[in-house]
Design a protein around this ligand. Structure first.
Ligand code: AMP
Length: 375
């Protein structure tokens, strides 16, 4: 199937061409026609499936073709997402896909000065991506009205719940007009999410794409049995061999992430660490440098890496194995996206061996051991 067959209009097709997207991903094939039809959608898909474009493309198309946009510059589409990093990435997607339209987009999130965000809102915004806390703050200060919303997206609903945003969401929902289209996305469907979805969707069409473990199929996985004290040397060696590849290295602790970054930088491999002790600006700067290719290696803890979408990530390295097997699947799922093949290397010290069994059980695949350097 092609984007043209999905009835995507010329300005958006042009933008997708520039992005290098040739064909729609499965979630896009299923969700775009439903959304363009104006129906509510219950999308079960995780990050990496192309779900952002699955809701961004139809929203841009519908707003671009609607007459309302010429009448008043008010917020017409609201996308709620749990993390700042995700919010920024979603807004970037809207920017990319709508570049040949006159639509305006903006993103708001907490932890930074609200002034530039308010200034941008005052200039007029059609599509707003927001994290719940900052949205409620700016609504309370009357900088934002949700009265003109015709399209509402709740993204990563399960993570919203995990992060304790349910009360914020319940405060936001009544502020939205009754008459609107709602697109609801979640990677998993626990009872609480199913209940929430029923309460806000009206006769939704359910679309679902491949569950978590199959994401692993597009990733070549290698295992290194190595003494803890040899891990940093091994990392240096594999990064030297990986040369210009973009690599995300996972460290179990913040302190560990800093230490790895220090060692690599000293040895001439430019890299940055991102974790919760770094300011939002420092994290954003590190991500921008990585995305632009200025740095090829980024070291992150699981929390900091949550929701980071780095297109064309070629390799994931588990410097430390995670504490639970599901985290392993999430980590390596950051590479091998959208039809590309990725590589995942895992460094396993003697005290981490039991985790290898758990991972193999969960993924149903035996990890390929490439090196044993333990006595
Ligand atoms: P998402 O699941 O929205 O986080 O998207 C995952 C990655 O796939 C992002 O880097 C997108 O830029 C990329 N992507 C989305 N749709 C397509 C497509 N149709 N073809 C190629 N890449 C895509």
């Amino acid at each position: 199937m092609t984007f043209t067959e999905l009835s995507i209009s010329e300005p958006i097709l042009k933008a997708l061409l520039i992005k290098g997207y040739q064909t729609p991903t499965p979630i896009q094939e299923k969700a775009i026609p439903v959304a363009l039809d104006g129906k509510d959608l219950l999308g079960i898909a995780q990050t990496g499936t192309g779900k952002t474009a699955a809701f961004a493309i139809p929203i841009i198309q519908m707003l671009n073709e609607s007459r309302v946009k010429k009448v008043r510059r008010e917020i017409k589409a609201l996308i709620l997402t749990p993390t700042r990093e995700l919010a920024i990435q979603i807004d970037e997607c809207f920017g990319d896909y709508s570049q040949y339209t006159n639509l305006r987009h903006a993103v708001i999130f907490g932890g930074v000065n609200q002034r530039p965000q308010v200034d941008q809102l005052n200039r007029g915004v059609d599509i707003l991506t927001a994290t719940p806390g900052r949205l409620l703050d700016l609504i309370a200060q009357k900088h934002i009205s949700l009265n003109g919303i015709s399209h509402f997206v709740l993204d990563e609903a399960d993570r919203m719940l995990d992060m304790g945003f349910i009360h914020d969401i319940k405060r936001i929902l009544p502020l939205l007009p009754k008459q609107k289209q709602t697109l609801f996305f979640s990677a998993t469907m626990p009872t609480a999410i199913a209940k929430l979805s029923r309460s806000i969707l009206s006769q939704p069409v359910r679309v679902e794409v491949t569950p978590a473990s199959s994401a692993v199929d597009s990733v070549v996985q290698h295992l290194y049995f190595v003494e803890k004290s040899l891990k940093s040397n091994l990392l240096f060696t594999v990064l030297q061999k990986a040369q210009s590849k973009s690599v995300l290295v996972f460290s179990r602790t913040k302190h560990g992430a800093d230490r790895i970054a220090r060692v690599l930088n000293k040895k001439g491999i430019g890299c940055e660490a991102i974790h919760g002790n770094k300011s939002q600006n420092a994290r954003q700067r590190a991500l921008t440098n990585f995305k632009s290719g200025k740095t090829k290696v980024i070291i992150a803890t699981d929390i900091a890496a949550r929701g980071i979408d780095i297109a064309d990530l070629e390799m994931v390295i588990n410097y430390d194995l995670p504490d639970v097997a599901e985290t392993y699947v999430h980590r390596i799922g950051r590479t091998g996206r959208a039809g590309k093949t990725g590589t995942a290397l895992s460094f396993c010290a003697p005290d981490e061996r039991t985790m290898v069994n758990d991972i193999q059980k969960l993924t149903g695949k035996k990890l390929n051991t490439v090196l044993t350097a333990v006595s």
